[in-house]
Design a protein around this ligand. Structure first.
Ligand SMILES: Cc1cc2nc3c(=O)[nH]c(=O)nc-3n(C[C@H](O)[C@H](O)[C@H](O)COP(=O)(O)OP(=O)(O)OC[C@H]3O[C@@H](n4cnc5c(N)ncnc54)[C@H](O)[C@@H]3O)c2cc1C
Length: 463
């Protein structure tokens, strides 16, 4: 039994504390903020997230999936809202069973904190990491010295643990790149009988070129709306100065949404404007003492819905390497850094690509044709082909391999769509032979199985 100290009781820190406690360690979890379960200002935040295969696999491995499933809403596809108010539904997967789960970040955090506490984790709120001396095994939280055998930094995108690692390892580097769009959240309340004002099973998107609005269902019948908009320029946060500006803007671009949002203009000025960026770090571990997990290691933009999923997968990989090496931490940390860091970089890249895709390409006829063709060949050849989106979202294929697969798929789709105008003109024989020639050998070479992650299946530890 070791003394494990974790900085940050967000989603990933609370989950990792539970995982470590279940392995029999003495776990202390420190959190800068007060207890969100008591503080309604924090606990009531509306932010919601999409949980997919990777988070579900981690939850299942640590025995918390059933608790989490009590607070989710299944989402089976995207509903696109055109400027004219037309709706187009695109299923996410091959069928309705391939769904994602919308979950409130606050509720998920509360569930994980409760489970960690029940298991015996000691949680210390309102204590902030100030300094770290891993070689001596001592950390300082708000003036209190805390000793540890192993230390995990789960303290988010601005991670103070990461800053300490940069100080300790002069060769280490970090990069922090913000995109030119910020986000703001608004609420679409439930109808009078708590009914959902729009299709409940969908992630709704209003793509408008340089900006977009998204909506995810909450358990209560409401939707959390997130608007992504450039900071400056013609259509931008900078230019929405008054209630009239906001009303005009929403009437012009997001008219179908405001039918159900009576207070959007007032709320717009009450809710904060958040920044979005990518954080990369060259070293995720320090000797056998410290490891970064979650956003502390890899904050990414939210356009693949994978930030938290990747953080949970960090924990799953750590558990895999503990299965492999026992608590031989130098080997565990070494494997974790070598194996998962490229995956963190890959999902960071893919999330940025999705940002461009969602902003600029969803209205592009060529792009839509490629997507339609891809959906078709995925259904025709399910054993040999799965779109990158599905690999990331429904399987446990490492992100870096899914990224490589996506490059080959793009070439195949370019080839298949170059001489056609609609999906009925697809040359199915050509599609099959291209898949056989280019994609199947890649899958074999990389040892990739396209099989979907089945909820609750036995953990497939990485060896
Ligand atoms: C708009 C938006 C939409 C998103 N959508 C999705 C999605 O659909 N799916 C998905 O998987 N991900 C999504 N994400 C990403 C997801 O929110 C994050 O990846 C996830 O919350 C990271 O969890 P974490 O525990 O690593 O970090 P955090 O949630 O940031 O938690 C870090 C914790 O550390 C604490 N802390 C900070 N400093 C200190 C200190 N000095 N001492 C002690 N504690 C400290 C903080 O108070 C906080 O509680 C989205 C993000 C955004 C912004």
């Amino acid at each position: 039994m070791e003394k494990i100290v974790i900085s940050g009781a967000g989603l990933v820190g609370a989950f990792w504390a539970l995982a470590m406690k279940k392995r029999g360690h003495d776990v202390e979890l420190y959190e800068k903020r007060s207890d969100m379960r008591l503080d309604s200002a924090d606990g009531g935040r509306s932010i919601n997230l999409i949980a997919t295969s990777r988070a579900l696999n981690a939850f299942s491995t640590v025995g918390v999936l059933e608790e989490v499933k009590k607070i989710v809403v299944p989402v089976t596809g995207r509903m696109m809202h055109s400027l004219e108010g037309d709706l187009t539904y695109q299923p996410y997967g091959r069928d309705e069973s391939e769904c994602n789960y919308s979950v409130s970040r606050a509720l998920l955090n509360i569930t994980l904190l409760n489970e960690a506490e029940k298991a015996g984790v000691k949680i210390i709120f309102s204590h902030e990491l100030e300094s770290l001396d891993p070689d001596k095994g001592v950390a300082n939280f708000s003036g209190n010295e805390v000793v540890f055998d192993r230390f995990f930094g789960a303290d988010g995108a601005g991670s103070p643990t990461r800053k300490e690692l940069l100080r300790l390892m002069p060769e280490a580097t970090e990069s922090v790149d913000f995109i030119d769009s910020d986000y703001k959240e608004l609420l679409m309340p439930a109808g009078s009988g708590n009914e959902y004002p729009m299709e409940k099973k969908a992630l709704h998107i209003w793509p408008r070129g340089s900006h977009m609005l998204m909506a995810l269902p909450n358990l209560s019948g409401s939707f959390t709306m997130t608007m992504y908009l450039p900071r400056t320029g013609e259509d931008s946060f900078e230019n929405l100065k008054t209630k009239e500006d906001v009303t005009k803007f929403f009437e012009k671009f997001y008219k179908s949404s405001i039918l159900h949002m009576p207070d959007f203009a007032a709320e717009y000025f009450e809710n904060p404007q958040g920044k979005l960026g990518t954080v990369r770090m060259s070293n995720w571990v320090y000797k056998d003492k410290v490891a970064l997990i979650g956003d502390a290691a890899h904050a990414i933009v939210p356009f693949f819905g994978q930030g938290m999923n990747c953080g949970m997968e960090d924990c799953f990989y750590l558990l895999s390497f503990i299965e492999k090496h026992g608590e031989s931490w130098l080997k565990v940390f070494d494997d974790y850094d070598r194996y998962q860091r490229p995956n963190g970089n890959a999902i960071a890249d893919m999330a940025l690509e999705n940002f461009v895709e969602m902003k600029e390409k969803v209205g592009d006829a060529r792009f839509l044709l490629k997507k339609a063709v891809e959906h078709q060949i995925e259904n025709l050849f399910p054993e040999k082909y799965r779109a990158r989106y599905g690999m990331v979202t429904y399987t446990l294929i490492p992100y870096a391999k899914a990224q490589k697969a996506g490059l080959i798929q793009n070439e195949i789709l370019d080839e298949l769509t170059k001489d056609i105008q609609s999906v009925d003109q697809l040359d199915v024989k050509k599609a099959e032979s291209l898949i056989n020639e280019r994609f199947v050998p890649f899958l074999n070479e990389e040892g990739i199985q396209l099989r979907r992650y089945q909820e609750g299946e036995k953990p497939r530890y990485i060896s």
